[in-house]
Design a protein around this ligand. Sequence first.
Ligand code: COA
Length: 454
Amino acid sequence: MNGYHANIPAGSLKRLCDEFKKYNQISPELFDTYHVKRGLRNSDGTGVLAGLTRICNVHGYLINEGEKMPIEGELIYRGINVKEIVKGCQKDNRFGFEEVIWLLLFGRLPNKDQLEAFNAILGELRELPPYFTEDVLMKAPSPNIMNKMGRAVLALYSYDDNPEDTSIENVLSQSIKLIAKMPTLMVHAYQVKRKNFDHDTMFFHPLEPAHSTAESILATMRPDKQFTDEEAKLLDICLILHAEHGGGNNSTFSCRCLSSTGTDTYSAISAAIGSLKGPRHGGANLKVMEMMEYIKKGVSDWEDDEEVSAFLEKLLKKEAGDRSGLIYGMGHAVYTISDPRAVILKENARKLAEKKGMLDEFKLIESVERLAPAAFAKVKNNNKYICANVDLYSGMVYKMLGMPPELFTPLFAVARIPGWCAHRIEEITTANRIMRPAYKAISQPLEYTPLDQR
Ligand code: COA
């Protein structure tokens, strides 16, 4: 093919790759020689200290006389245990994501009047600018909603009269608008994807400002706009649990890194979306559901622990599944004995699994959680703690809510943007240094050779 559609011929590409491989290897031992903190981790797996934050505490171990001691995980938003936030909202039978947004942005829980006013503001701001869907989302459609959302956030720069101003007032205003619009961006990008890639019907329901974020997502996603209160409350819990996870998680760190340069809000948030998309980060919830399909097909008796364990060992040995050697939904960089988000989600999802006739699948996930640590210890000969992380259950919850798999990670982005914004504001107002770590150069000096002598 010519012009725009031209491709590098396969033979040339192979030669280019071979050329690249000749000069671009770095042997793993060199990382130890130069004491490189791979993945910005210390040798005991703890993260390199990169900053201070008042926003969140992800608590997964204690250090006792230099030794890492495993503990039950805790997730603390602005000093308050997320378990208590969920409990408090359930006690009053109300939605909680909006008060979590307020808590993360401002630092304290809103009072009744503040919350009511904030809900009204968010409801009004969910609307996209006129013709944004036609001009931005429908043009150059993408099969990947995260890609489209990242581009849509960048495009919103052009609809902002004051995009570069990094004063607190302006960044706060940009943040609240982006937080409110993210669900609409997700749903509209999904509709465009349906039309262009699934050859299905697009539908855009009018938004209902009185809806909570969870209700608005369910109403706009479903052709008949119908959902139950139980479904909306479960989605609300997912949003609460995914809203924030400390400054060091990759997408938040990306957002803080870009923010440290003084760049605009749209650039910093679209970078965070790009980071979250990765399968080692937010993309894992999708990988869990793919993995569960492999397990369902590869295990004949889902209640037979031995058979499930044997399959998990095959996954670890790269003999089954996507051959990555990973059991997705297990393990965490900070949590050791438990990830509180997985615990809360599991507790709240069981009832709906029963109602939706998906209890067998739910129990199979529980078996993976129960049996994976022993399989991991056996295959890897490693005594590292690996517990179920939030992604083991979130994909299942989204599936029960009728969400298509391509929205699993975008839903995470919708939930996490308050955390990103809170950290961006904290970075701008407190850190005041461009992030600039070092890379040790290990190349050897080389003479420049004139072209006719190479
Ligand atoms: N399945 C298989 N092996 C795993 C594993 C898992 N779920 N979790 C960790 N490991 C292995 C790693 O492959 C590595 O093995 P290696 O030394 O042979 O390379 C070793 O344990 C240490 O891994 P490391 O990446 O340092 O551990 P970590 O605790 O920092 O990793 C995760 C955290 C989340 C990246 C990792 O547990 C993982 O990849 N999990 C699966 C993906 C997932 O569920 N991600 C969502 C996170 S919320």
